[in-house]
Design a protein. Structure first.
Length: 106
């Protein structure tokens, strides 16, 4: 919060609330929250065809690409990104424990 009075960017009313008066700050916050939610729905890692590709990888998994082992009881298959952090990288089957141990590392 600023101690200096300045005009609201939207209505010009003098305020000490920062760049916007309290009324316009609330509407700006709602707009930003809605925009973030919309971006997350559209560009999220799990949007588009990711779910279909991941399901196909899990259904056809025979060997974990990280440890080379086969199926394990109580350690289900996951679709792991070959390049961590890249939503468009190829997916490979991995045990949940192997994928968790690898984390976000190459």
């Amino acid at each position: 919060m600023s101690n200096f009075r300045q005009p609201c960017l939207d209505c010009g009313r003098v305020t000490r609330n920062g760049s916007r008066c309290p009324e316009h700050q609330q509407s700006r916050d709602r707009y930003v929250d809605m925009a973030k939610a919309a971006r997350k729905r559209v560009t999220g890692q799990y949007a588009g065809d990711y779910r279909k590709r991941a399901q196909a990888v899990r259904e056809t998994a025979n060997v974990c690409w990280l440890c080379g082992g086969g199926a394990r009881p109580n350690d289900p298959w996951q679709a792991d990104h070959v390049i961590p952090g890249d939503a468009n990288s190829p997916l490979a089957p991995a045990h949940r424990s192997c994928n968790a141990a690898r984390g976000n590392k190459f």
